[in-house]
Design a protein around this ligand. Structure first.
Ligand code: ATP
Ligand code: MG
Length: 579
């Protein structure tokens, strides 16, 4: 198992910032202090036990003799000092342990915050085309569940591993100092056991972790798809198909969890079991061989205490390795996602290097060729010029490429070959954000945010200075008067995807949103498809009256296009004719 693939601290800290590196170092120092205090407390118990049972100060242990020689005092005084020392250490240990659980956990959670935010930002800043080829369930899984598993399963386990290794090495040193032979025998035994458990369970755990990873996406997919298609689901009586599928994926994912939890509990119980059996055997042999144990009581007592502290450490180390195997897939997916070349559209970069774009004369499309993945459709535009402030109509059969053409002009998708120029500058990654600022766009399918009507119109603009005059005017022009009293109602929400509004209201609200930005370029993809003839004529007259705006409108309805300066007809991805 390559550690770098599991814990890429360099990558993690490059995202979270240096502050977290210092934080991490602080946690490690805390861990070392806790371990040190812990071992010192138990180390003091041995001389005390010896002092209680053996008052002639003639111990069998070199370690003990050393301590007693240094104290060089009467046994009562030595005993009292020891007791006070242990008490103080216990208080210190208690405080340090509390701080460690708090700060250790805080560290993991803060890293969780930073990384999941980073990933969410990174996804949102990807090009539109990215979202056409990816399932939202896999993105939800990565941002929400996998990062949680990554921090709890990998990062916290890593901290546990360091904690327990340090603690264990302190205890091993102490035990070796007290009795070298017994210590070697006990540790070799436990080490072999832990190693055997790990070797035996690791392949199964890894497999089960991988399976859990795939199933998580499936079950999120079941829920999101069912909710997105709820109307159809009802009409088709298809609820059961989705609940069955969810049950299938969820119960199998839970089965993987169960397998993992079973294996996770194995080390602790098994090591305890073997140690207990060994003690019973030891007692039995001592009895039958008539070995006098009373003179060895301090030694045995201290070893019992050390073992008592060490078994959990051993099992936690084994569990940490098991967690690494189980959540390996989460770690690798998170690292892959984080490492993937940062999109040039990344917000920070854009703010620094965004090319200004000036639209004074025309939009030019030259030798454009666009093809979707998994589709035979091909859009070919050898040459198209859209003059500033002109009014352009696009028509053509369904599937002829109208929406694809406007997506290209918008900059949402990029042509495989050819250029789109705004005046003399090419539309590219670094100029896109500034280009979007000039555009008002009504998509073919209007989507709304489940918030107030006002928020849906103004979000993304200067929300403090809302232009109510403009909104009221647009409501009037678009025959939305009946929504005016709900406009400022802070309680009324439009519902997810605008389910609390009629189809036509939704479409007109989309239009208000596009127009509210006073765009230089207005692109409307079938603006009247859900609106009655009377209202749509009124709306089209209003659109026509907008001066100082370049307008591109797609419509199947010839009467919508009658005011246009030019109308292009598309046919199977080619401009067939111009009217
Ligand atoms: N994301 C996509 N992946 C693959 N093919 C696509 C994708 N989007 C659209 N297409 C295909 O590209 C072609 C043109 O689609 P487009 O949406 O541009 O048509 P349209 O002219 O706007 O049609 P309509 O009038 O029905 O809206 C269609 O054949 C469609 O199946
Ligand atoms: Mg379309």
């Amino acid at each position: 198992m390559s550690f770098q693939k599991l814990i890429d601290l360099q990558l993690i800290f490059s995202i979270t910032g240096k502050k977290y590196l210092y934080y991490f170092i602080g946690v490690i120092i805390l861990i070392i202090s806790v371990s040190f205090v812990d071992v010192a407390a138990i180390g003091t118990i041995y001389p005390l036990l010896d002092n209680l049972t053996n008052s002639n100060n003639n111990s069998s242990s070199k370690f003990l003799n050393l301590i007693q020689k240094n104290f060089n005092s009467n046994s009562n005084f030595f005993f009292e000092i020891g007791i006070i020392f242990i008490l103080l250490l216990s208080i210190l240990k208690f405080l340090l342990n509390l701080s460690l659980s708090y700060f250790g956990q805080k560290f993991s959670l803060s890293v969780h915050n930073k990384i999941s935010l980073y990933l969410f930002k990174k996804y949102l800043n990807k090009d539109y085309i990215f979202f056409l080829n990816v399932s939202s369930a896999s993105l939800i899984r990565n941002i929400i569940t996998e990062i949680t598993f990554f921090t709890t399963g990998i990062l916290t386990s890593f901290i546990n591993l360091i904690t327990e290794t340090i603690l264990l090495s302190f205890f091993i040193t102490l035990a070796l100092l007290i009795n070298f032979k017994i210590a070697i025998i006990v540790f070799t035994l436990v080490l072999i056991l832990a190693f055997l458990i790990f070797i035996f369970t690791q392949p199964k755990i890894r497999k089960s972790g991988k399976r859990r990873f795939e199933l998580t996406e499936r079950k999120i997919n079941d829920v999101t798809q069912a909710l997105e298609n709820i109307k159809q689901l009802k009409i088709l009586n298809a609820e059961e198909i989705f609940t069955r599928s969810y049950d299938y994926h969820n119960s199998r994912a839970n089965k993987q969890e169960l397998i993992f939890y079973f294996f996770k509990s194995l080390p602790k119980n098994f090591i305890e079991f073997v140690i207990l059996i060994s003690i019973v055997c030891f007692l039995y042999i001592s009895k039958s061989e008539k070995i006098d144990l009373s003179s060895h009581l301090p030694l045995l007592g201290t070893f019992a205490l050390i073992s008592f502290r060490m078994i959990p450490s051993f099992s936690r180390i084994t569990v940490a390795f098991q967690q690494f195997s189980y959540f390996k897939k989460s770690a690798s997916i998170i690292y892959d996602e984080l490492k993937k070349e940062i999109n040039k559209n990344d917000t920070k970069k854009i703010e620094n290097i965004a090319d200004q774009i000036d639209f004074q004369n025309q939009i030019t499309l030259e030798d454009i060729n666009y093809k979707y993945k998994n589709s035979k459709f091909e859009l070919l535009i050898p040459n198209l010029i859209i003059k500033k402030n002109s009014y352009i109509g696009l028509k053509g059969a369904s599937g002829s490429g109208k929406s694809t053409l406007v997506n290209l002009i918008l900059g949402l998708i990029e042509p495989q070959s050819g250029k789109i120029k705004i005046d003399n500058s090419e539309l590219n990654q670094s100029s896109k954000k500034n280009w979007y600022k000039k555009i008002g766009f009504l998509p073919q399918e209007v989507t709304l945010i489940n918030d107030t009507i006002l928020y849906n119109i103004t979000f993304g603009t200067n929300e403090k200075n809302k232009n109510f005059e403009l909104i009221n005017k647009l409501f009037q022009e678009l025959s939305l008067e009946n929504l005016v009293d709900r406009l400022k109602d802070p309680i009324f929400k439009v519902g997810e995807k605008g389910t609390s509004l009629s189809g036509g209201e939704k479409q007109r609200l989309g239009l208000v949103r596009a127009l509210y930005r006073n765009p230089e370029l207005l692109i409307l993809d079938e603006p009247t498809s859900s609106i009655d003839k009377y209202s749509s004529d009124k709306i089209m007259n209003f659109i026509h009256s907008l001066k100082n705006t370049t307008k591109i409108i797609i419509s199947h309805n010839n009467s919508d296009l009658e005011h246009c300066d030019d109308v292009f007809e598309l046919d199977k991805g080619l401009i067939k004719s111009k009217f």
